[in-house]
Design a protein around this ligand. Structure first.
Ligand code: CFM
Length: 544
């Protein structure tokens, strides 16, 4: 609970001003994506729809969601991008996933950017032979146990069959080779890539290894944690301290073997619901593993997550150990908070990030006594805003239908309910969000503005209106926002800081944010457009 909350001004005028700039048809569409939060009404936001061409969106592509986000952080599945080299530049150390191989000799391909480097001739005559050659070469040089092939836009346009190539090469080389049809244009954003990645991993990797899983009394998988800035390391530290065994992490600091043995866990904890809820549901159906939503962003949230896991296992010793660890860790957090609170309390934050952080990080800002006045996802779906209860009412459009929906049934021999129906029902009474996610909206305050797929024009207007003390987004927004005199914290890469998850991560975050909101340098910035006249233009015709 944030005790420094202020009553927020009604942003109706701001919303009108933003929409007035758009052509009429676009304004009508956009109107549904800007929501002034009012808990006295049942509200609905429009999300996961195409961005109108010409608008400077924060979004990325489907390939980014599949290769960059979900598979990128796995260190020993060799990621081979089939496409022109430009797409691979993105894959080359441009994200900040960390990994820790077991020994210095253990395979780690994460620092490589491997691409078929398609040329014009491959586009004209087909790229399959070049892809096969690249796989043979990768085998010779790296000797991996598995290779994932990632399709970029031209691959789908010319019709290269990466799945057939994968089958052939699997037979030829005797290792696991699998392809992803994750062409950038496949969906409206990264989100489609997450789904494609989940499906591919589920079909080709999960459950392949019968015996080799990590052993322990309390075995879990952590889903939707990608080890940005070392977040997964901090969560692993805490889990180990309380005696919980991590079988597989999807996919920060992960290995092929973890994925192959993930079906042996007794619980799935889901951090980022948007990117991996598919996997949680499919594993539930096939193997009988229940899932819970957790959030390790924020010290209080981390404590809550641990307690929730303790409640699931219903083990007295585990619960006791969890309380001991929380009691050990929180005093350090309290000291850190007291130090920064005089600088941070009462300040305003805005968060426009991917599909879960714009919600999760509100916890940390609350702990700092700061208020989130406006937030939104780049590519979240309605359930990430309004909660999973709305899933049955989400209309399936052509873009969503473009992505394969796997039909999953209980595994004949390996399906094993981890809890009886009665146990699960009882568990649901004791904790919230069991196989559920309530979304961002319930945590937003009255008159805060929730915006899906925010763009640069709107960002500028938001800043003018609210004058926030910090803006959280990514590298594409960073310098525009800073030129407006507002510090920007990158929440995709943490500006190469972090970790921010768990207890130690929370302390890092408090310190970084207090420095940023306390710095006076931003007030002295004069943007070029403040001293030079700028060109202005309006739409001549209604383009939508
Ligand atoms: Fe999930 Fe992510 Fe996010 Fe995401 Fe992302 Fe990311 Fe993100 Mo950047 S999986 S939705 S596609 S938490 S890369 S690790 S930071 S936009 S809020």
């Amino acid at each position: 609970m944030n005790t420094y909350e202020r009553i927020l001004p009604d942003p109706s005028g701001l919303k009108k001003e933003i929409l007035a700039k758009y052509p009429a048809k676009l304004a009508k569409k956009r109107e549904k994506q800007l929501l002034i939060v009012d808990h006295d009404q049942v509200q609905q936001i429009q999300a996961n729809v195409r961005t109108v061409p010409g608008i400077i969106s924060q979004r990325g592509c489907t390939y980014a969601g599949c290769k960059g986000v979900v598979l990128g952080p796995s260190r020993d599945i060799l990621n081979l991008v089939h496409g022109p080299i430009g797409c691979s530049f993105y894959a080359w150390l441009t994200r900040r996933n960390q990994t820790q191989p077991e020994t210095p000799d253990s395979p780690n391909f994460m620092m490589y950017s491997l691409s078929t480097d398609m040329q014009d001739s491959n586009i004209v005559f087909g790229g399959e032979p070049k892809l096969k050659e690249a796989i043979r070469e990768a085998m010779k040089v790296f000797n991996p146990k598995a290779i994932g092939i990632f399709s970029t836009c031209p691959v789908g346009l010319i019709g290269d069959d990466v799945h057939a190539v994968a089958r052939d090469m699997k037979a030829e080389l005797g290792i696991n080779v699998f392809g992803f049809s994750c062409e950038g244009y496949k969906g409206v954003s990264q989100s489609a890539g997450h789904h494609i990645a989940n499906n591919g991993l589920f079909k080709h990797v999960i459950g392949l290894d019968e015996n080799g899983g990590a052993k322990g009394k309390f075995k879990i998988n952590m889903l939707g944690e990608y080890n940005i800035g070392g977040d997964a390391f901090e969560i692993e530290r805490i889990l180990e301290k309380v005696g919980i065994t991590l079988v597989a992490s999807f996919s920060g600091n992960s290995t092929l073997k973890q994925f192959e043995t993930a079906h042996t866990a007794d619980l799935n904890i889901v951090m980022c619901h948007r990117s991996i809820n598919y996997m949680a549901e499919m594993m539930e159906k096939k193997f009988g593993i229940p899932w819970i939503k957790v959030n390790f962003i924020g010290a209080e949230a981390s404590a809550k997550a641990l307690r929730k896991i303790g409640e699931y296992f219903e083990d007295v010793d585990l619960k006791k150990r969890i309380e001991e660890v929380i009691a050990e860790e929180l005093p350090f957090v309290d000291v850190a908070i007291k130090k920064v609170l005089p600088r941070t309390k009462g300040k305003l934050a805005m968060l426009f990030v991917g599909g879960s952080r714009a919600h999760h990080y509100q916890e940390l800002f609350n702990e700092l006594g700061m208020q989130t006045v406006s937030a939104g996802y780049e590519f979240g779906h309605r359930d990430d805003y309004e909660g999973r209860k709305v899933i049955p009412t989400i209309s399936v459009d052509a873009d969503s239908r473009n992505i394969e929906e796997l039909h999953v049934e209980a595994d004949e021999t390996r399906y094993k309910p981890r809890r009886t129906e009665a146990q699960l029902e009882d568990f649901k009474k004791r904790v919230d969000e069991v196989e559920d996610y309530i979304g961002m909206m319930p945590d937003m305050k009255k008159n805060s503005l929730m915006i899906d797929d925010v763009n640069h024009w709107e960002t500028e207007k938001l800043i003018e209106f609210y004058k926030p003390d910090i803006f959280c987004a990514g590298i594409k927004e960073k310098y525009v926002v800073q030129k407006l005199g507002i510090p920007l914290k990158q929440l995709h890469s943490y500006d190469y800081g972090g970790p921010y998850a768990g207890f130690k991560g929370a302390i890092n975050f408090y310190e970084d944010i207090s420095m940023m909101v306390g710095a006076t340098v931003w007030k002295y910035i004069q943007a070029p457009w403040e001293t030079h006249k700028q060109l202005e233009a309006n739409f001549v015709i209604d383009i939508v």
